[in-house]
Ligand binder design. Structure first.
Ligand SMILES: Nc1ncnc2c1ncn2[C@@H]1O[C@H](COP(=O)(O)OP(=O)(O)OP(=O)(O)O)[C@@H](O)[C@H]1O
Length: 349
C-alpha cells in the first residue's frame, strides 16, 4: 500500500501527458509545436511540494498567457513519485471538459519536467475565500455545481480525483470554476477500488483513514467538506495534528455544529455527502441535481455556460496576475543532485 498524504497549506502536488491539441494556438500557428525556450515567465501563480506554477507567454506576445507547471525531477525521484507523476500526465492528457483545466503540452530539460495548461486568471478559490471570509449561498451553489460537473466527468470515466479542495478550483475569466491538479487522481480498475492512503488530511474520507479500500465515493465526501468550507470559511473537522483531525472525522458529521447562516437544505446536502458509509452517500449527478438544495438551480444553463456566474473576476489583460497572492520567492535554480533509479522515467514528457 502506498501512502501519499498532504498537509493542508502550504500546498504541494505531483503531475502529467502529451495531448496533441493545437487549437489553443492561433489558427495561423496550428501544427506549430512549442519549445520550452519559446516561453517567457511573467510571474509565479503558486507553489507546491514539487515545484511551482508560472504564468507564461509565448515570446513577446502578451495577448494570451498560459500556466506552466514546473516540477523538479530530483525531488520526484527522491520521493519515489515517478509513477504518480506519469499517472497524472496520463490522466490529464485524456480529459476534455469545460470544468477541468485544459492541458496542452509537456516539456522536459535536465532538471525539470513541465506541463503547459490553460491559465485561469480569476485566481483559486482558497485565495478568494481568504479575502471574502465565506461565500453566499448562491455563490456556493454555483461553485459546488461546477465541481460536481468536473467530478461527474471523471467518475463516468472511472477516475477518482481524491484531492478536491478550494486550492484546486480556479476561476476562469467568465467566473466559471475549473478543476486543477491531478496529482492524486487514479484510473480505477475493473473492481473500481483502490487502497492507497492519500489525500489532504482535513478532507479525507473515513474509509481512506481506516484503510478499508475506497472508490469514487470519496470525492462525494470531500464535496461535503468543501461546501461547508465555502459557506462558513472554516473546516468541519479540525485538530492540532493529523491524528486529532482523523479522530474528529471518524466521529462523524453529526458531531459538527453548523453556523446559523447555513440553510437547512445546505446542511442536508452536506450531511448526504458526508455519510460515513459510502453506500449511503449521495453520489451520481442525477441524484445530486434532484436534491432540494439545487431546487432553483439551472443545471442546463450551467453546462451551456449561459448561467450568470456570481462573480466575474477583474482581469485587466491576458497577463494580469493580480488575483493571485504575490508572495512567492524567486526560483531556486540550484542544480539537482542525487538522481538515481530509472533515468528515463520522464520519457513521456
Ligand atoms: N491552470 C492554472 N491556472 C491558474 N492558476 C493555476 C493553474 N494551475 C495552478 N495554478 C495556481 O498554482 C497553485 C498550485 O497549483 P498546483 O496545485 O497544480 O501545484 P502543485 O505543485 O501540484 O501543488 P500541490 O503541492 O498543492 O499539489 C494553485 O493553487 C493555483 O493557485
Amino acid at each position: 500500500m502506498g501512502v501519499q498524504v498532504r498537509q493542508i497549506r502550504p500546498k504541494r502536488t505531483l503531475p502529467f501527458k502529451k495531448r496533441h491539441k493545437t487549437t489553443w494556438i492561433g489558427d495561423n500557428d496550428k501544427q506549430k509545436s512549442l519549445k520550452l525556450d519559446d516561453l517567457k515567465v511573467i510571474t509565479t501563480l503558486g507553489t507546491g511540494g514539487f515545484g511551482r506554477v508560472n504564468l507564461v507567454q509565448i515570446g513577446d506576445d502578451c495577448s494570451r498567457s498560459f500556466a506552466l507547471k514546473k516540477l523538479k525531477k530530483s525531488h520526484i525521484v527522491a520521493t519515489k513519485n515517478e509513477k504518480n507523476v506519469k499517472e497524472e500526465l496520463r490522466i490529464l492528457s485524456q480529459l476534455n471538459s469545460d470544468f477541468i483545466v485544459e492541458f496542452y503540452q509537456t516539456f522536459r530539460d535536465d532538471h525539470n519536467v513541465y506541463m503547459l495548461m490553460e491559465c485561469c486568471l480569476g485566481g483559486d478559490l482558497w485565495t478568494i475565500l481568504q479575502k471574502e471570509g465565506s461565500f453566499s449561498n448562491t455563490t456556493t451553489q454555483f461553485y459546488t455545481a461546477c465541481a460536481i460537473e468536473a467530478l461527474e466527468y471523471l467518475h463516468f470515466r472511472n477516475i477518482v480525483f481524491r484531492d478536491l479542495k478550494p486550492e484546486n478550483l480556479v476561476l476562469d475569466a467568465q467566473g466559471y470554476v475549473k478543476l486543477i491538479d491531478f496529482g492524486f487522481a487514479k484510473k480505477l480498475g475493473i473492481d473500481g477500488r483502490t487502497t492507497t492512503l492519500c489525500g489532504t488530511v482535513h478532507y479525507m474520507a473515513p474509509e481512506i483513514i481506516r484503510n478499508e479500500g475506497h472508490d469514487i465515493r470519496v470525492d462525494s465526501w470531500t464535496l461535503g467538506i468543501v461546501m461547508f468550507e465555502f459557506l462558513t470559511g472554516d473546516l468541519p473537522f479540525g485538530g492540532e495534528n493529523s491524528y486529532a483531525i482523523f479522530k474528529n472525522i471518524l466521529a462523524g458529521i453529526d458531531t459538527v455544529d453548523f453556523p446559523e447562516n447555513v440553510t437547512t437544505s445546505a446542511i442536508s446536502l452536506i450531511k448526504s455527502f458526508c455519510q460515513e458509509d459510502p453506500c449511503k452517500r449521495l453520489a451520481g449527478i442525477s441524484a445530486i441535481r434532484q436534491h432540494k438544495y439545487f431546487n432553483d438551480f439551472d443545471w442546463d444553463a450551467l453546462v451551456a455556460r449561459t448561467h450568470i456566474p456570481p462573480v466575474v473576476p477583474k482581469i485587466k489583460n491576458a497577463t494580469d496576475s493580480s488575483n493571485f497572492i504575490d508572495c512567492f520567492s524567486d526560483e531556486d535554480e540550484t542544480p539537482s543532485e542525487g538522481m538515481s533509479g530509472d533515468m528515463d522515467w520522464d520519457a513521456d514528457f
